[in-house]
Design a protein around this ligand. Structure first.
Ligand code: PQQ
Length: 225
């Protein structure tokens, strides 16, 4: 399954190899921002379908991780705000990011499909769909290792999102795997779990297909973000 993770997508390979022009990095950041913004909505959908109090107690922190809480500063700022700072560090205006004006149709459809799945599927299946994050720490670490040399024009404080996400991803995957192990009691459910993971891998892959298509190397200057 790991071989289908979006880390292996040609656009991501080029991104992490330092081969992209600034407008292509900005295009990726602005489109991924839509995913970031929908994740807590997705997590709220999982919560609303979950009738197990112990699971809800653990799940609810995922929304706060992204939305932030308390005074909205420091570690409480939340993933959406921290991703916004990444966007600003790449040269995007906060208003442009928050308007989602740069989000291309394929990204919107892919992300919305994920939210809809979480709304309609049994909560255990929706939890399983989050397990692609098992592969995410590697991709965050690759960005942290490569971007400062590949893209010196991005202030390194802009990379805080990737730094902050690694321990959270590990914690969330641990919980997700507990749910999956308890739920996958039959051969059919195991097959279903693999099918769901395939669906989620396709969502992430389709997002990059759409982003790659929207920002070709020779995009005219007046159309570049
Ligand atoms: O940068 C990435 O490659 C990447 C991938 C994924 C993922 O595998 O879905 C997530 C994230 N980042 C991420 O930052 C994040 O908060 C997140 C939440 C979830 C989820 O499915 O609930 N996936 C991901």
């Amino acid at each position: 399954m790991e071989s289908r993770y979006h880390s292996h997508h040609p656009f991501n390979r080029r991104l992490n190899a330092g081969e992209l022009q600034p407008f292509q990095v900005r295009g990726w950041v602005a489109n991924r921002f839509y995913y970031q913004c929908r994740i807590p909505v997705k997590d709220a959908a999982v919560l609303s379908n979950c009738d197990d109090r112990a699971t809800r107690r653990r799940w609810v922190v995922r929304m706060l991780d992204h939305d932030g809480h308390g005074d909205h500063e420091g570690a409480n700022a939340g993933g959406i705000e921290i991703w916004t700072r990444l966007g600003i560090a790449t040269g995007l205006a906060r208003e442009v990011l928050e308007s989602h004006a740069l989000v291309v149709p394929g990204v919107r459809f892919a992300v919305d499909a994920y939210v809809n799945f979480a709304r309609t599927a049994p909560w255990q299946e929706a939890v399983i769909s989050s397990l692609t994050e098992m592969f995410a720490p590697r991709i965050h670490k690759d960005r942290l290792a490569g971007w400062p040399t590949h893209y010196p024009w991005i202030d390194t404080s802009g990379l805080d999102y990737f730094r902050s996400r690694i321990p959270l991803a590990d914690r969330d995957v641990e919980h997700g795997l507990e749910v999956a192990m308890q739920w996958c009691t039959t051969r059919e459910r195991q097959q279903r779990a693999l099918h769901i993971l395939g669906f989620k891998l396709d969502i992430l892959w389709a997002m990059l297909d759409a982003i790659e298509k929207a920002y070709p190397d020779d995009l005219p200057k007046d159309q570049q973000p």
